[in-house]
Design a protein around this ligand. Structure first.
Ligand SMILES: C[S@@+](CC[C@H](N)C(=O)[O-])C[C@H]1O[C@@H](n2cnc3c(N)ncnc32)[C@H](O)[C@@H]1O
Length: 286
């Protein structure tokens, strides 16, 4: 059973202000110069975030196919994407086993490659999924940049030093055959090594901004806290980071204390919340 099955609410909250669509429109029209309808395949589509983001901006006649192995997220996608008039197809498949057969014009993914060990293999499958001259675009954050991009006015989260603990945890996971949280920043290199042409990398300019002066402050703060997993931290800090055992006993205590401090400040405090997810967008042509 997919570990993502119960993550629908988390995904919806984290995608709030994740990317500015005016910037994506700029990429489509001025950088990628997509002028004709394209058949799009979305690797690890979840509930269909990239469908919402890209499809209204692509030329009329474009189609969308999403691949994922979470039955629950696919179920949500089926319901969520029903409103669209263009052709939508959803495929239930494990990307690690998936063998591309059908060819598309554009293969995309968002926040997927850093969650699967050996992301280069999945990227290779994306390349195998497109026609000659087809395009690949991967949206992915780099964990240290994402970490540095968080500011909570009610607590000096930066000086608590969580970034170093996360670095140790992520390094351990990567060195033991797990995910690589720095995948986002390595993708252009992988693309080049896999033979793509005109490889480039951009960064979406969206920055999440939650101000106590906003009328919808409570709602926005709740969504923000949900997207950072802060409610789970308050319910059960130790359940949130299973790999925390790579830290020394003292570090673990400090790590959990910091987590609880930040989480309770965001959940119960009344300060400003600003986060630059810095979504890196790497692209290239076959
Ligand atoms: C962080 S979510 C991103 C979902 C979506 N792209 C979005 O932007 O909201 C990661 C997605 O990758 C999918 N995924 C992870 N490992 C997978 C695998 N081995 N095969 C297929 N899908 C996978 C998950 O089910 C989940 O939908």
């Amino acid at each position: 059973m997919s570990a993502w099955n119960d993550k629908l609410e988390f995904l919806k909250s984290i995608r709030k202000d994740w990317c500015n669509s005016d910037y994506i429109e700029f990429l489509i029209q001025k950088v990628w110069r997509i002028e004709k309808p394209v058949n799009v395949v979305d690797f690890g589509c979840g509930y269909g975030y990239l469908c919402d983001l890209l499809m209204p901006l692509l030329p009329k006649g474009s189609t969308y196919t999403g691949i994922d192995n979470s039955e629950k997220l696919l179920e949500a996608a089926r319901e969520h994407l029903e409103k669209y008039e263009f052709n939508v197809k959803l495929i239930n498949a494990d990307l690690r086993e998936y063998v591309p057969v059908e060819k598309y014009d554009l293969a995309v993914c968002n926040a997927v490659l850093r969650h699967i060990p050996n992301p280069k293999e999945i990227l290779k499958k994306m390349i195998d999924s497109v026609i000659e001259n087809g395009m690949i675009a991967c949206f992915e954050v780099d964990r240290p940049i994402e970490e540095a991009g968080l500011f909570c006015s009610a607590i000096d989260n930066y000086s608590l030093g969580q970034a170093e603990y996360y670095r140790k945890i992520c390094e351990y996971e990567y060195n033991n055959g797990g995910r690589d949280y720095r995948t986002g920043i390595k993708i252009p290199q992988f693309m080049q090594e896999l033979g793509l042409n005109n490889v480039g990398i951009r960064m979406n300019d969206s920055v999440k901004f939650v101000s106590p002066t906003m009328e919808e402050y409570e709602e926005k703060r709740k969504i923000f806290a949900q997207s950072k997993g802060y409610y789970e931290v308050l319910e059960n800090a130790e359940g949130v980071s299973p790999l925390v055992s790579v830290l020394t006993k003292e570090e673990q205590e400090q790590f959990f204390e910091n987590q609880r401090k930040i989480a309770s400040t965001v959940v119960c405090g009344n300060g400003y919340l600003i986060q630059a997810p810095c979504v890196l967008i790497s692209y290239g042509w076959k």
